[in-house]
Design a protein around this ligand. Structure first.
Ligand code: CA
Length: 161
């Protein structure tokens, strides 16, 4: 009887591990936290309006919003095209009523995906940027340090940006 219960416990444990595994297997299918730019966002998002106003005519590709400097206000990540096959990313920090645009960093040529992830379990929030250029993929982890968009770690970014 006792061993029967132990077997049941073991099966439950294995089952829950399988479930966890199934959940983590789902992760790569996530479409990311970024959104495709559309002009309507300019009406509803002041930070985006600020960016577009500073860079008239620049093609904005993707954006994502989260509080990146831990002040309780959402900031804006923008990925934009600066030339043929050349993209960049910057952050617009929300200092309402003002905004601050950070330094720019190279961004992948296509399939850019942003994922917010609290990697070191303390604020501010980190995020992962990944993407590709043809068959070459790359990713990098970023965090706001003071007002600087800082590349903490990455792989293959030089080949996909
Ligand atoms: Ca903020």
């Amino acid at each position: 009887m006792k061993s029967g219960r132990r077997t049941l416990m073991k099966m439950l444990l294995i089952f829950s591990l399988l479930m966890l595994d199934a959940c983590s297997n789902d992760e790569p299918a996530l479409s990311g936290d970024q959104k495709d730019f559309n002009p309507f966002i300019l009406f509803e998002n002041k930070a985006m309006r600020y960016f577009a106003g500073n860079h008239p005519g620049l093609a904005i590709l993707k954006y994502a919003q989260a509080d990146l400097d831990n002040d309780g206000k959402d900031d804006l990540i923008v990925i934009y095209r600066v030339g043929n096959g050349k993209n960049q990313m910057c952050v617009i920090l929300n200092r309402e009523p003002d905004f601050v645009e950070t330094n720019s960093v190279p961004a992948p040529v296509s399939d850019q995906m942003i994922q917010f992830r609290n990697i070191d379990k303390k604020p501010p929030l980190e995020f992962i940027l990944q993407g590709r250029k043809g068959a070459k993929v790359g990713y990098a982890i970023f965090r706001m340090e003071e007002e600087k968009l800082t590349d903490l770690f990455g792989e293959g970014m030089q080949d996909c940006c």
